[in-house]
Design a protein around this ligand. Structure first.
Ligand code: ADP
Ligand code: MG
Ligand code: ZN
Length: 505
């Protein structure tokens, strides 16, 4: 499976190198049960070793049963990235001795994976870029080893809950050339997996993990240089830093006339650098062979077609549709399609507003709503964390539509609307009722505004004198005073007009 590899030789002084990066991403699938047994795959908050059975504990004599949903989610992922789904796939045993492997082998897929080829379009460093995929295969996760060094001395603890969790491995071709491109790919992939509901793809929880293969080659060269596999990154930031430092390390080695050794290195968060884990000589011989306890899978066209039909609208197409259907800028559309939920909430709000008089008859109301979602709604959500969505709050798409409607028909001012949103966010109360119960409706009564204007003029002789003396900007201050008396419920234009009427008389 390895691409042709040349050994990158000692540098000719002055050689410019191009980094080449290929990623191997593991994503835990959002199934209910594990890959080959009925145990719950929701181990994250469960007590250690509470989600286990003879199958995932690797007891002799038990038989695995394939999780149908895991196969479907893997194929769905492949379809979302234009992979070819072969007619046949099979599982293989990958043998290696390690304490996190309960059976002494991992059930994986070797030469007949579920998905082949495909690509993901990403945007990195301001330019579009296509990252091709090698394949996607399905396997089982291993147990979790926790290394402790405390009172009892150095010990390793084993949590088998994770053993047997369905794990999809997405292998890219070496199509990336900078850390930024690799991170952009990972972000786009995470977004896609969440959109289609294949994985919650959370790096911190370990449901989304990435190994980076990094090599350098003289610029202009098409053959690949010797690669180093970098492991042990648990955030996007760590991936970026690990790749950058590995590129620097290889560059320095080549410049010093050394050869790059093919090896596996681990990223150390503390130093921000990579350190050797094992070299090619120590690499495992996995002795793959077909899993005798599982039949090969026949992937019927009809079932693939049904999965394809069930695929939701993907982030890229949805973003473009938002641009032309709702008249949004590319940035606005990107922000609103960041997650499927946010995009759904926005569209629900647009739909609800379309039926409201005062807003639904305005041509650009989808943009008005977009500004609410990107501005004040996002500001409030951010107070709950970067991944917060409306569902985590008292607010609904209906609240936002109603609120925008109240502004648009002139019932409340834009500044009142912010107060109303804050109240609704806390209480879930409907905007209409907030406005009524708190007397927040805009003061439209001309006499009332006129009265307030006179009150301001009486109380602010200095600003009045300034204005009359030619200091035009003093009007802003006076308008502010009027707005304060009106508790934000006056229209600033009306206020300025009333003030000028008296001042200029
Ligand atoms: P191996 O057999 O060592 O696992 P593979 O050919 O399966 O290697 O590739 C594993 C990953 O490494 C893939 O993502 C691939 O794109 C990437 N890769 C392969 N060769 C190189 C290279 N020379 N430089 C950077 N990445 C590479
Ligand atoms: Mg490999
Ligand atoms: Zn089990």
């Amino acid at each position: 499976m390895s691409a042709p590899v040349t050994t990158t030789g000692p540098a000719v002084p002055g050689t410019a190198y191009e980094p080449v990066i290929g990623l191997e991403v593991h994503a835990q699938l959002s199934t209910r049960s594990k890959m080959f047994c009925g145990c719950s795959r929701d181990y994250w908050e469960a007590a250690p070793n509470s989600r286990v059975c003879p199958v995932c504990l690797g007891m002799p004599g038990v038989l695995p049963v394939i999780n149908r949903r895991a196969v479907e989610l893997t194929i769905l992922t492949g379809l979302a990235m234009g992979c070819e789904i072969p007619e046949r796939a099979k599982f293989d045993r990958k043998n290696y001795p390690y304490p996190d492997l309960m059976k002494g082998y991992q059930i994986s897929q070797y030469d007949e994976p579920l998905c082949v080829g495909g690509a993901l379009d990403v945007e990195a460093e301001g330019a579009p870029r296509t990252v091709r995929l090698e394949r996607i295969h399905l396997e089982e996760d291993t147990a979790r080893l926790l290394h402790r060094d405390d009172d009892g001395g150095a010990r390793s603890l084993l949590d088998v809950n994770r053993a047997g969790v369905p794990l999809m491995e997405i292998v890219t071709r070496p199509d990336m050339h900078s850390a930024a491109q690799a991170v952009a790919f990972l972000r786009a992939l995470r977004q896609l997996l969440r959109y289609i509901g294949a994985s919650d793809a959370d790096m911190e929880k370990g449901s989304f993990r990435c190994d980076a293969n990094v090599s350098l080659r003289p610029r202009g060269e098409s053959a690949l240089g010797t690669k180093v596999e970098v492991k042990n990154m648990n955030s996007f930031r760590a991936v970026g830093r690990a790749i950058e430092s590995e590129i620097r390390r290889q560059q320095a080695a080549l410049n010093a006339g050394e050869r790059i050794v093919q090896e596996t290195r681990g990223y150390l968060e503390s130093s921000g650098e990579t350190a050797p884990q094992r070299s090619k000589e120590e690499a495992h011989d996995y002795r793959y062979f077909p899993e005798p306890d599982l039949p090969p899978l026949r992937l019927e066209e009809e079932r693939i077609g049904a999965l394809r039909a069930a695929l939701c609208e993907l982030p890229g197409p949805r973003r473009l549709r938002f641009e032309h259907e709702y008249g949004l800028t590319p940035d606005e559309a990107r922000t609103l399609t960041e997650s499927r939920e946010r995009a759904d909430d926005y569209e629900r709000s647009v739909h609800l507003a379309s039926g409201l008089s005062g807003i639904g008859d305005r041509e650009d109301y989808p943009r008005t709503l977009a500004h609410w979602f990107i501005g004040d709604v996002a500001r409030l959500l951010n107070t709950l964390g970067s991944d917060a969505e409306l569902r985590d709050t008292q607010l609904t798409p209906g609240h936002v539509a109603e609120l925008a409607g109240l502004v648009s028909e002139g019932t409340i001012t834009a500044s009142t609307a912010k107060q109303v949103l804050d109240i609704a966010f806390e209480s879930g109360e409907l905007p209409q009722s907030i406005v009524q119960s708190r007397g927040l409706a805009q003061v439209r009564d001309e006499e009332e505004i006129d009265r307030l204007a006179r009150q301001v003029i009486e109380g602010q002789p200095k600003a009045v004198a300034d204005y009359r003396g030619g200091k035009e900007s003093a009007i802003g201050f006076l308008v502010g005073q009027l707005m304060r008396l009106a508790r934000g419920r006056a229209d600033p234009h009306d206020a300025a007009a009333a003030l000028r009427r008296h001042l200029d008389a």
